[in-house]
Ligand binder design. Sequence first.
Ligand SMILES: Cc1cc2nc3c(=O)[nH]c(=O)nc-3n(C[C@H](O)[C@H](O)[C@H](O)COP(=O)(O)O)c2cc1C
Length: 194
Amino acid sequence: MPRHIVIILGHPDPSPDRYCRALADAYRTGAESAGHDVAIVDVATLEFPLLRSHAEFNDSPVPDDIRTAQDAISGADHLVVIYPLWLGTLPAMLKGFFEQAFRPGFAIAFDDSYRWKKLLRGRSARVVVTMGMPALAYRFWFGAHSLRSFERNILRFSGIAPIRESLIGSVEASKPEARRKWLARMSKYGALAR
Ligand SMILES: Cc1cc2nc3c(=O)[nH]c(=O)nc-3n(C[C@H](O)[C@H](O)[C@H](O)COP(=O)(O)O)c2cc1C
């Protein structure tokens, strides 16, 4: 069954040299070659301000680029979020993107008793994180703390599940062969839409 996939490329640097970008391209190529439909949300190229208040989160107009991204997410049944680990967590620009995009009424809704409804149910995700340290150090020494938080408080909170993960460590130190293996793996995940 062809699936609708949106790749949220969360690297703030638009340079084609970034490995995150190559991983996104590999995923997209694999997915398209298997007949899946792929949209890319390239956060580095979007125009949006940071939210500064609860009132803005609830009621301020959604910027055009964010609205376009929301439409892509609405139309998708699988999300792929790719970002580099920066200071132990998501780059601020990507966090700012989710604050803008995952607003009440789009990702979540509250009833009168302040119970929330998850509005993005029915969508799965893969989160791909690149980092300078070995991936095992992040997962086991640091407990992948920021990834847990991202998955629990942003993705699952909105109903997105199941979530798969790819942690790619030692990126700067890695040999071309190791990089190629990850690109091939991404392409395979794309073909499987997983
Ligand atoms: C501002 C900044 C902060 C970073 N913080 C971390 C960090 O906390 N832990 C880590 O393992 N790597 C850290 N790195 C290294 C990046 O994760 C690494 O360069 C990136 O994943 C490589 O992928 P790219 O080619 O797509 O940028 C940091 C890099 C930058 C620029």
